[in-house]
Design a protein around this ligand. Sequence first.
Ligand SMILES: [Mn+2]
Length: 296
Amino acid sequence: MIPYSVTFGGISGRYASWKEATFVVVPFPVDQTTTYFAGTRNGPRAILAASSHMELFDEENKIEPYRAGIFVSTEIPVATTGPVSALKEAERRIRAITKAGKFPILLGGEHTGTAAAVTALRKKHGELTVLQLDAHTDLRDEYLGTPLNHACVGRRIVGAGAKLVQVGIRSMSEEEDRYLKKAEDVKTFYASEVRDNLADVTKGIVSSIRGNVYITIDLDVFDPGIMPAVVTPEPGGLTWFEVIDMLRDVMRSNCNVVGFDIMELAPIGGMVAPDYLAARLCYRLMGWLVARQAGK
Ligand SMILES: [Mn+2]
């Protein structure tokens, strides 16, 4: 795989090499079906840039996760004709990464990319549960004339044969509400439930995810107060600690996390905090995975 010009965390040498890598980051700078606001094409680059300013010590897990090796591949090329070729290339790369026994991480870019990862991982692992952190259900069959709109990715995940567990939801259409009522493979936890009782929601999530799990994080799951750099901000989002506390329990549960993504960052010029949040979240997830491998 060809390395990108920028590494994760500003690391270099063997820690950033393909050969030594436990984690492989794939930048997915697609920005084609967003409507309210654009800018997700700059998301992956902004996360990588912010990551070079982080402490490389994970103060929660008391480890330096980069020592497990983090390779960043070149950006997925984006065609002006639509996201189809980018999705195919993302799927091909995720397949190559898992075939090499490495752990895939997608950075977005619009949420559509998750469908490519899920398709690749379903082929590799068979049964797969997707844990989606998101303000939106994304369960429309199509939106504005295309099934590949970022507002439809939940439906594409279910269509790829994965079970779906959603959390942080606080916006949906009537069509999606109707779909949810009869969807057997989708479980939804609303943002209001998280606010009322985070511990119960976390327990509910952990008991709903078994076996192989892919985690997809639409950054709009966070409150716009701390994450304004998204294309579809919704009030009433989760706090940093709500997301971290929830994910910690997920990462320490019996499930087998086989990949994750962090999507929909649309950086705002001069405002680095959202980019930095995304980078820290990515690195913390790596930290839990490394800690678990080390039996910590
Ligand atoms: Mn969303």
